[in-house]
Structure formats: C-alpha cells, structure tokens
Design a binder for this molecule. Structure first.
Ligand SMILES: *Cc1c(COP(=O)(O)O)cnc(C)c1O
Length: 392
C-alpha cells in the first residue's frame, strides 16, 4: 500500500483519537525508519521511548521468533521460563525484591496504586488511601491514572474520577507538607517528568522525600514508565538518585517494542498483593518476556555508559547549532528536552523537521528527543545536520 492509501484507511476505520504526523512508517533499520515509498527518516522518537534497540535488531528478532514458535501464550495459571528469568534479572540489577508483569504503563501504575492502598489498609484499616502526586506529572489514561496525573486538563469529560489524589509542586517540600495529612498512604513521582516537558527532579528533593516517606510510613511510588530500562543512562533512573523505591513501575522500553509493563517492589511490599487480588490475562507473556531478556542482555553497564555519552553528545550538538527557535536543553541520558523560544511552536518545529527527514517528539511546550538507545554517531550527526538545514 502507498502512504496515501494507509492514511485513507486509517482515517476511515481507526478512531480519530491521535494527532498523527503525516507520515506512514513501513520498516526500519537501526535508528532509521522508511515510509512505503522508501523515504528515510532519522528517528529521535523510538515510538515514544519504546524501541530502545532500534529496528531490525537481529538478536531481538531471533528471540521473538524462537519463542513464538515454542509458545505464544499460556496465561498466569501456569509457570513459564522467560518471565521468571526476566524478573530475576530485574531484581538482581536493582535491589528490588519481586515483580508483577502487566501490559502498558497506565495499567502498571494502576497496580502500583492498588498496592499502596492495600499496604495501608492491612496496617491501618480504611481511610488512609490518599496518594500525593506532583503537578505537571503524567501517569496514564485510565480513570484512576488520569486523576493521578497532576494536570487539570486531564480531569475532564470522564466524571466521576477515582477519588483520593492530592497534588504538590515538584521540588518543594513545603508544597508536599501542604498536601500531607492523616489520610495519606503514598507519594508517587516521575524522576524526570516526561510528558510534562522533560523536567528532572532535584536530587536533594528526592532524597528528602525518601526520608519523609520512611518516617510517615508513606510508600514511595516511582513511575519509571518512560525513564526506566536504560533511557537515562542507568538501568533505572532511581539508581542515579541513590534511592530504593518501595514500588517502581516500568513499561515503554522493557521489551524493546512489544507491549509489556510491570512494577517491582522492595522486600517490605512483596507480599501485599496475594492470590486473587491482582491479575491480568496477557501479563508476563512469554514472547514479550523473551524480547525483554534480549534488552537486558544488550543493556550491559558499558552500554548504559555509552547511552549517557550519546545523550551528552546529542545535547551539546544541539546547543552548538545555536538555532534561533531553540532555547536551553535539559534531561538525563537519551531523554532530552529542548526549550522552544517565543514566536515558535513545538508542533511547527516538529512538522518542519519531519518534512526534511527527522522524526522528533514534543512534550509540554518544548521538544523531546528519545532516540533508540542503539543510535549511532553517524545517525545522530545526520539528525543534527537536518536540524541545521531546516531551522538554521
Ligand atoms: C507513557 C507513560 C505512561 C502511560 O503508559 P501507557 O503505556 O501509554 O499506558 C505513564 N507514565 C509515564 C511516566 C509515561 O511516560
């Protein structure tokens, strides 16, 4: 099919809930994507932080193919090897104690919220169920995680939302105290606010928050759906903050392009959810888990250091272009935000770049770059060259 035909069918038969860029993607190699007509695009998006190994990664393709041939799905009523191995690796590499596997980020956060409320219910009974989240956060699209998201624009249309959330400003302990109370059971944060505009939280704030949570027996819930699995230059961003969350969720990059998510808990919380209390039919799918094992295999400590170096290279590269539309850059590893100056909009910038063969994301009022973690120096240079040509 041609790009035009694909767009036509999509617009006729798929619900129009996405603001799509005017590009159809057919296939890819490394960090380069191609439309059906064969036009190439340098990819600074990885399908919103998912395709961390890029496209056509041979070990990933081989593992998925082999596992699909052996066993595609059995449900969690039986034991299977790939998710068991993946859970062991995740715990061993992070110091967490056990894992629940799900399918998407919002679903993982929903489970994390259930766990926090159950922990408090077991210990203190009813009435201590409020979770404090941060303004400008993003936690998902379910009725509960929309309400957990600290942005008013998301609290619309779908009333009534789940009760039991209050909001505090990022990096402010005073604001957190103002939201505190006897009814609080947990605090939930992203360490780098992703959708909100790539805003890393301050280390001193997060360290103080961990202490405060321990003192008041609030669970510290960290949403690493976007920051997790190598994106920021460590396996999880919390490792760079020197904390161990009570519960941490992950999704996007966990299986390098197949739908998988989950949350891990520390020793204290490992038995909070028992048989029959939480479940999902597709969770811990063996094909997704086999893909996840390849991701873990490739994301060695050396590879993660390179992610950090690449992020540094790309950020400095953008800064040294001195483009009139771009302001300051920020981020961690290959999660990069770029401010867009007054007079420009991030959507216009993205559309211009796409016309010239560079795919890029927006977040908040700025640009967001989430390239595949395997991106080569040559591909980064090509992307920078397109920026210079298009926006210089
Ligand atoms: C993407 C994202 C989610 C939602 O994940 P879905 O897979 O779309 O449900 C939740 N939290 C954060 C931080 C995200 O970046």
């Amino acid at each position: 099919m041609t790009s035009q035909e694909i767009k036509g069918l999509t617009q006729s038969y798929i619900m129009q809930t996405y603001g799509r860029f005017p590009v159809a993607i057919d296939h890819g190699q490394g960090a380069t994507l191609f439309d059906p007509e064969g036009n190439a695009y340098i990819d600074f998006t990885s399908g919103i932080g998912v395709s961390s190994l890029g496209y056509g990664n041979q070990p990933w393709v081989d593992a998925i193919t082999a596992q699909a041939r052996k066993l595609g799905h059995t449900s969690n009523l039986f034991y299977t090897e790939p998710p068991a191995k993946l859970a062991e690796i995740l715990c061993r590499r992070t110091g967490e104690s056990c894992v629940f596997f799900a399918n998407g980020g919002g679903e993982a956060n929903e489970g994390m919220i259930k766990l926090a409320r159950k922990y408090s219910f077991d210990k203190y009974g009813q009435g201590r169920s409020t979770i404090i989240t941060l303004n400008n956060s993003f936690h998902g699209r379910t009725i509960t995680t929309l309400k957990a998201t600290g942005q008013e624009v998301f609290h619309n249309f779908f009333f009534p939302f789940t009760e039991g959330f209050r909001y505090a400003d990022a990096n402010s302990l005073e604001s957190l105290e103002a939201a505190a109370g006897d009814d609080v059971c947990a605090v939930m944060v992203e360490l780098v606010q992703g959708e909100g505009g790539v805003l890393p939280l301050e280390h001193a704030y997060i360290n103080a928050l961990e202490k405060l949570c321990a003192e008041r027996d609030w669970l510290l819930l960290v949403d690493e759906v976007q920051t997790g699995v190598g994106r920021t230059g460590s396996l999880f961003a919390f490792q760079q903050y020197n904390i161990l969350p009570d519960v941490v969720s992950f999704a996007k990059g966990i299986a390098g392009g197949l739908p998988m998510s989950g949350f891990m808990t520390n020793e204290k919380c490992r038995d909070v959810l028992g048989p029959g209390m939480h479940a999902t039919t597709f969770g811990a799918n063996p094909v997704c888990a086999a893909a996840g094992l390849v991701v873990q295999d490739i994301l060695s400590d050396t590879f993660l250091r390179e992610v950090w170096e690449k992020g540094d290279y790309l950020r400095k590269g953008i800064e040294s272009l001195n483009l009139p539309c771009f302001g300051k850059t920020r981020g961690m590893g290959l999660m990069i935000g770029v401010e867009v100056r007054d007079g420009w909009t991030n959507k216009d910038v993205a559309n211009k770049l796409i016309e010239n063969g560079l795919l890029i994301l927006t977040a908040g009022p700025g640009m967001r770059l989430l390239p595949p973690l395997v991106i080569s120096k040559d591909e980064m240079d090509k992307g920078l060259e397109i920026m210079k040509k298009t926006l210089g």
